[in-house]
Design a protein around this ligand. Structure first.
Ligand code: XMP
Length: 335
C-alpha cells in the first residue's frame, strides 16, 4: 500500500492513520499520488465534493478536479451559518480558477435541525446529520454519484476519536458506515496531513495566497460560535461581531481569531438607562497546527477598539471580553 493511501474504509478497529508531517512532505509527489488514487477509486463514475472555501476543502477541490475534471461536481452548501458575504465570495474565487461551484440553499434545513438544541455535542451531531445524511445524501441520490470527497485532516480525527469534540466531518472513524447510512463512500485525501501540510499542498496546486494562507474556519461555521440555541437572529449577532473582529485583527498575524456569542445576558447601561444585553467574547490564537494554542498578546488598544465598535455597531451587545486561557485547557472554539 502506498504511503499516501486514501483511507476510505472505517476506522478499522483503531488502526492508526500514518501522519505526514509538513517538514517531511514532498508536495509534488503527494499531489501526483493522490490524483492517481482518486482516478483509480472513482473510475468512470461521478463524485461530489464539499467545498466550504477553507484551505482544506479548497485543496480537495483542486486535487479532485485535476483527477476527475468534469466528473467532479463541486457543491457549496449554504447552511445560513456562514460569515458575511461568504457563499458568493467562494463561488467567485473558484470561478476565477475555472471551477464551477453549485450553491445549494439548505438554510431552512439546518435551522430546523438546530432548533431547541443547546448542548454543544448535540449541536455538532445535528450539523453532521444534516450535511451528510440529508443534504449530500439527496445530492448523490439525484446525481448517481457514489463518492463524496471532503477535506478532513488529522487534527479533526484526533479530537473526535479522543472524545474531546466531535468535528463535523468525522464519519467512518467513529464507526459510521456512510455507504449504508447515506448511500456513498467518503474520500479523504488530506487525512494524513495537518493544517501546515495542507497549506504546502494548496500552494503547490497553484491556489492563490488568499486561499492557502486563509485563516482556518470551522465546518459548523458560526453555529460553533453561538453558546446556547442557534437561531437566525443569534447567528446575525455573531456574524456582525465577526465582521468587526476580522477587520480589526486582519493584520495581527494570528493563527485564528473569532467572536463568540454567550448565552447569558448581563446588565449594561446606555444613555443613563438599564440595558440588559448580550455578551460577545473575543478569542485570538497563536498556533502552528491547532493542536495547542496560546492567546495572542494583543495590544490593549486593539481590544478597546473591538469593544467600542462591537457595542456601537452590533445591536443588543453591552459587554465584550477577551479570553486569555491557552488550549489546553480551553479549546479554540467555544462549542
Ligand atoms: P478546537 O475548538 O477543537 O479547534 O480547539 C481546533 C481547530 O479546528 C477547527 N474546528 C473545526 N474544523 N470542523 C472543522 O472543519 C469542525 O467541526 C471543527 N471544530 C473546530 C477550529 O476552528 C480550529 O481551527
Amino acid at each position: 500500500m502506498s504511503l499516501y493511501a486514501i483511507i476510505t474504509s472505517p476506522w478499522r478497529g483503531g488502526e492508526l492513520i500514518k501522519e505526514i508531517k509538513a517538514s517531511e512532505l514532498d508536495s509534488k509527489k503527494f499531489i501526483a499520488e493522490k490524483v492517481e488514487e482518486i482516478k483509480k477509486t472513482v473510475g468512470k463514475g461521478l463524485a461530489i465534493n464539499a467545498l466550504s472555501g477553507g484551505v482544506d476543502s479548497s485543496t480537495v477541490t483542486m486535487l479532485g478536479h485535476e483527477a476527475l475534471g468534469d466528473r467532479l461536481r463541486t457543491v457549496f452548501v449554504d447552511h445560513g451559518l456562514m460569515r458575511e458575504g461568504e457563499p458568493q465570495r467562494v463561488v467567485n474565487v473558484f470561478k476565477r480558477l475555472g471551477v464551477k461551484v453549485e450553491l445549494v440553499d439548505s438554510k431552512q434545513q439546518f435551522f430546523n435541525a438546530l432548533k431547541g438544541i443547546e448542548d454543544p455535542e448535540q449541536k455538532r451531531e445535528a450539523i453532521t446529520r444534516t450535511f451528510y445524511r440529508d443534504v449530500f445524501g439527496k445530492i448523490v441520490r439525484d446525481t448517481g454519484a457514489k463518492y463524496l470527497m471532503h477535506g478532513t485532516i488529522l487534527t479533526d480525527v484526533d479530537e473526535t476519536v479522543a472524545g474531546i469534540k466531535r468535528q463535523h466531518n468525522i464519519l467512518t472513524q467513529i464507526g459510521i458506515d456512510t455507504e449504508k447510512e447515506f448511500g456513498y463512500q467518503v474520500l479523504e485525501p488530506l487525512i494524513q496531513l495537518r493544517k501546515d501540510g495542507v497549506r504546502k499542498v494548496s500552494k503547490a496546486l497553484g491556489l492563490p495566497e488568499e486561499i492557502y494562507n486563509r485563516m482556518p474556519f470551522l465546518g459548523p461555521a458560526l453555529a460553533g460560535r453561538v453558546i446556547g440555541e442557534v437561531t437566525p437572529e443569534r447567528i446575525a449577532v455573531v456574524r456582525a461581531a465577526t465582521v468587526i473582529v476580522e477587520e480589526e485583527l486582519a493584520k495581527s498575524g494570528a493563527f485564528q481569531y473569532m467572536a463568540i456569542l454567550h448565552k447569558d445576558k448581563v446588565t449594561g447601561m446606555r444613555n443613563g438607562k438599564r440595558d440588559f444585553g448580550q455578551q460577545i467574547e473575543i478569542r485570538c490564537w497563536d498556533s502552528l497546527d491547532a493542536r495547542t494554542a496560546t492567546p495572542s498578546n494583543l495590544p490593549f488598544s486593539a481590544l478597546q477598539r473591538i469593544a467600542d465598535r462591537t457595542t456601537r455597531e452590533v445591536p443588543g451587545v453591552v459587554s465584550v471580553t477577551y479570553n486569555v486561557t491557552p488550549k489546553p485547557p480551553s479549546t479554540m472554539e467555544a462549542v
